[in-house]
Design a protein around this ligand. Sequence first.
Ligand code: PAF
Length: 282
Amino acid sequence: MKVLHTIQDLKAELKAYRNEGKSVGLVPTMGALHAGHASLVERSVRENDVTVVSVFVNPTQFNDKNDLAKYPRTLEKDCELLEEKGATIAFAPSVEEVYPEPDTRVFSYPPTDEVMEGGFRPGHFNGVCQVVSKLFMMVEPDRAYFGEKDFQQIAVIKRMAEDQKFKLEICPCPIVREESGLALSSRNTLLTAEEKDIAVNISKTLFASLDYAKSHSLEETKQWVIDTLNGIDGLEVQYYEIVDGTSLASLKEWEDSEDIVGCITVFCGQIPVRLIDNIRYK
Ligand code: PAF
């Protein structure tokens, strides 16, 4: 596996593969890789001749400077995992390489980018669209892989790719969970062992809500999830929304859509750590 840091080197390397007619898969990441990322890389390696994994903590998608500073950075360890999983190229550019000048482009895809994360993290999805569109232009992949833990992110990226007429397939990949059910996240490394035990209640409650939903309305189910989690010491729900799986518009009744997903963000522990998860009802 090659570890490249400049766009020029990346393009030169990819040109050689393109000339041989090879297909290219892209796995965009911010590093601190875990088994969830590994599953994306494994899938890309299975489905493409060449797999590029970008490792870049993108400053434009952080609206909180503290959150950006706290974000774990573990490039050496990440490269070991990528090598083991069969990635062809790890692309780890500097901030100056990706943003030689400020990116002033504005991406707007209401309501998909305005609700939930969009409401609580203003500018977040604009930053995600900025960096992902840059990566798409640099790599020109045939396929790009994203984890469904960030369900809203995939919906926004799909709209951006369509809007910007990128010719590639966006491949959503299932959430990878610990045996306890906790959704894997780079942020889990910021939790103490005790906080991790508390965080397990997020997925437990979401799974339990599938049963609860069978005999309760959508609004009751939503409130039950919020109340259950807020009743646990060390957890505070920021939002729980039950939405249409494509537009992400909030729903009122189970009959309102055939594609229904519950999306949650919960603060956990002392620091606190912001954790997200989701569950499909239909
Ligand atoms: O999901 C992430 O890790 C990031 O939002 C992404 C897609 C790599 C863009 O920085």
